[in-house]
Design a protein around this ligand. Structure first.
Ligand code: NAP
Length: 495
C-alpha cells in the first residue's frame, strides 16, 4: 500500500478542496512512494485563516519559549536522521552520504535558530536629546509564505521554517512537488515537538496553483522563495505590486578557477565533488572550471580519468557515486543542453547521454557524468544553468582573465579558486562577483552559521542562515522613550 498524505491546516490533517492527488516517484526506480493532495487556492485561503490565529498565540509566546520547541524538534531530527536520510534518497535520489548531510544541515539550522530565541538582538544607541532612550527591536512579519525546491528536501525548508518560527511568524509552507514527503516529515516533527496548531500550515500541490495562490494572497506579509530565476522573477513582480517582502534564492553558474600554482590533487577532488555531487543538482554546483593554460592538459587528463570511474546508480547502494536526476523533464533538459554544447562547437570529452534503462538495468532517470572542453565563456552551456552532471572547461591565460570569465554570468552565488598564491586568493575574494567564495575548497559546502545567498540574478539582497536568517523574517522597529516629562523636539531643540 502506497502511503497517502494530507494537508496540515490549523493543526488538522485534511484532504484538499480539489479532491485531486498526485504521485511521488522514486527517481532511481520509478516506484511510487506516496500519494499527495493537490491543493488549490481555497486550501491556501483556509491555511491563511488558520495561520492568522496561530500568529496571535505564537508571536505573543516569549522567544526563548518558542525556541524550546525548536530545541525539541532538533533532537527528534537527530534521533531520526538515518530514517530520514534513507527516505530522502528514495524520494530525491542523491546518495546516502549526501542525504545524511542534508538532514544534518536541518539539525544544525534548527539548533542555530533555537539559539536565536535568546539573542534576537536589537541595538541601543544615544539620543540627541537629554533624558531620552533609543533602541531597536525586531518584530515578526506576520503570516509568511515559504516555497521550497526539491534538491535539499529537508535542509532548505528548515533554513526557512526555523528562523521564521524563532522570530514569531506563522507559516504557510509549500514544498516542491518532487519531494513533499520529507517536508511532511519535518512538519510532523514540529507538531510532535509542541508547535501549537496553526503556526505551521502545509499545502502541497503545484507551483502554478498553490505557489501562485500563496504569492498572491493579500494577508501573507512575506514570501521566502528558493528556486529558479524564471519563477523568482515572476514572484518578485507579484510581490512588488503588493508591496510584499520577498526574499529570493535563485540559480547559479558557479565557477572554480584553477591557477597554475594550485595543488592539482586538491583541485581535482574539489572539482569532481562540486560538479558531480548531488548529480550536479545543487544551486552551488560547479558548472564551469576555469583552467590556467599551463595546467590545462594535465588537469583535463586527470579529470577525465576520474570522471570515467564514477559509478552511477541507486543512491541507496554504497558503491554509488552519482545518483539519478530528479525527473524526466530534468533529464530531457540536460540532454538538450548537451546537444546545444555540441552545436556551439564545444568538445564533448566524456558522457553526454541519458543512460539506457534496458542496457543498464537502471530503470530511473540517469545521466552520464559529462565534461565539455573548448568551451567559450559566452556559449550557452557556460551561461545557462543546466542543473545536472555537466561540467564545462574554459581555458584562460592569466589570473585577470580568469576573474573576468568567472564574472561573465548573470548569476552570482558560489565561486572558488585553487591557488597557493596568497595575493591571488585575496584578489579573488575581492573581485569575484558572488555571495560565496571558497579558497582551496569546492563551490559546495556552506555552513549554517554563515550567511547563504547570492548577488546579481541569484538573489535580491537577502541571505539565509547565519545572523541574517532572523533579518529575513523580521521588521526592525525604532523605539524612543522620553523620560524628560516634557515635550522635546528632535532637530529643533538643539541647545
Ligand atoms: P522552480 O521550478 O522555480 O520551483 C521551485 C518551487 O517553486 C517549487 O516548490 C515549485 O513548485 C514552486 N513554483 C513553481 N512555479 C511557481 C509559481 N508560479 N509561483 C510560486 N511557486 C512556484 O525551481 P526547481 O526546478 O524546483 O529548483 C531548482 C532551482 O532552484 C535551480 O535554479 C536552483 O539553482 C535553485 N536553487 C537555489 C538555491 C539557492 O539557495 N540559491 C538552492 C537550491 C536550489 P512545484 O514543485 O510544484 O513545481
Amino acid at each position: 500500500m502506497v502511503q497517502e498524505y494530507r494537508l496540515l491546516i490549523g493543526g488538522e490533517w485534511t484532504d484538499s478542496s480539489t479532491g485531486e492527488t498526485f504521485d511521488d516517484l522514486n527517481p532511481a526506480t520509478l516506484e511510487n512512494l506516496a500519494v499527495l493532495q493537490a491543493g488549490g487556492r481555497e486550501d491556501v485561503d483556509r491555511a491563511v485563516e488558520a495561520a492568522k490565529k496561530g500568529f496571535k498565540t505564537w508571536s505573543e509566546t516569549p522567544a526563548p519559549k518558542r525556541a524550546e520547541v525548536l530545541f525539541r524538534a532538533a533532537r527528534i531530527l537527530q534521533e531520526r536522521k538515518e530514517d530520514l536520510a534513507v527516505l530522502m534518497t528514495q524520494e530525491m535520489g542523491k546518495v546516502l552520504a549526501e542525504t545524511r548531510g542534508d538532514v544534518q544541515e536541518a539539525i544544525d539550522i534548527t539548533y542555530y535558530a533555537a539559539g536565536e530565541g535568546r539573542r534576537m538582538f536589537g541595538e541601543t544607541t544615544t539620543s540627541e536629546l537629554k533624558d531620552k532612550f533609543c533602541m531597536t527591536v525586531l518584530r515578526p512579519l506576520g503570516v509568511v509564505g515559504l516555497i521550497a525546491p526539491w534538491n535539499f528536501p529537508i535542509a532548505i525548508p528548515a533554513w526557512k521554517i526555523m528562523p521564521a518560527l524563532a522570530a514569531g511568524n506563522a507559516i504557510i509552507f509549500k514544498p516542491a512537488s518532487d519531494t513533499p514527503v520529507l517536508s511532511i516529515k519535518l512538519v510532523e516533527i514540529l507538531a510532535e515537538a509542541g508547535l501549537p496548531p496553526g503556526v505551521i500550515n502545509l499545502v502541497t500541490g503545484s507551483g502554478g496553483t498553490v505557489g501562485k495562490a500563496i504569492v498572491q494572497h493579500p494577508d501573507i506579509r512575506g514570501i521566502s522563495f528558493t528556486g529558479s530565476l524564471e519563477t523568482g522573477k515572476w514572484i518578485m513582480g507579484e510581490c512588488s505590486k503588493a508591496m510584499k517582502r520577498v526574499s529570493l534564492e535563485l540559480g547559479g553558474k558557479n565557477p572554480v578557477i584553477v591557477m597554475d600554482d594550485a595543488d592539482l590533487d586538491l583541485a581535482l577532488e574539489g572539482v569532481l565533488w562540486g560538479a558531480f555531487g548531488t548529480t550536479g543538482q545543487r544551486c552551488t554546483a560547479t558548472s564551469r572550471v576555469i583552467l590556467h593554460e599551463k595546467i590545462r592538459d594535465e588537469f583535463t587528463a586527470r579529470l577525465l580519468a576520474k570522471t570515467k570511474i564514477l559509478r552511477v546508480g541507486d543512491g541507496l547502494l554504497p558503491e554509488t557515486d552519482v545518483g539519478p536526476v530528479i525527473n524526466k523533464a530534468q533529464l530531457e533538459k540536460i540532454q538538450r543542453y548537451v546537444k546545444i554544447g555540441e552545436e556551439e562547437g564545444a568538445t564533448l570529452l566524456i558522457g553526454g547521454k541519458t543512460i539506457d534503462p534496458e542496457l543498464s538495468g537502471l530503470p530511473g532517470y540517469f545521466f552520464e557524468p559529462t565534461v565539455f572542453t573548448d568551451v567559450k565563456p559566452d556559449m550557452r552551456i557556460a551561461q545557462e544553468e543546466i542543473f545536472g552532471p555537466v561540467l564545462s572547461i574554459i581555458t584562460v591565460s592569466s589570473f585577470e582573465e580568469a576573474i573576468e570569465v568567472a564574472n561573465n554570468t548573470q548569476y552570482g552565488l558560489s565561486s572558488a579558486i585553487y591557488t597557493e598564491n596568497m595575493v591571488n586568493a585575496f584578489k579573488a575574494i575581492e573581485k569575484i562577483e558572488a555571495g560565496i567564495t571558497y579558497v582551496n575548497a569546492p563551490t559546495i559546502g556552506a555552513e549554517v552559521h554563515l550567511p547563504f545567498g547570492g548577488i546579481k540574478g541569484t538573489g535580491n539582497g537577502f541571505r539565509e542562515a547565519g545572523t541574517d536568517a532572523i533579518r529575513e523574517f523580521t521588521e526592525v522597529k525604532a523605539v524612543y522613550i522620553d523620560y524628560s516629562r516634557k515635550l522635546q523636539k528632535a532637530q529643533i531643540d538643539t541647545d
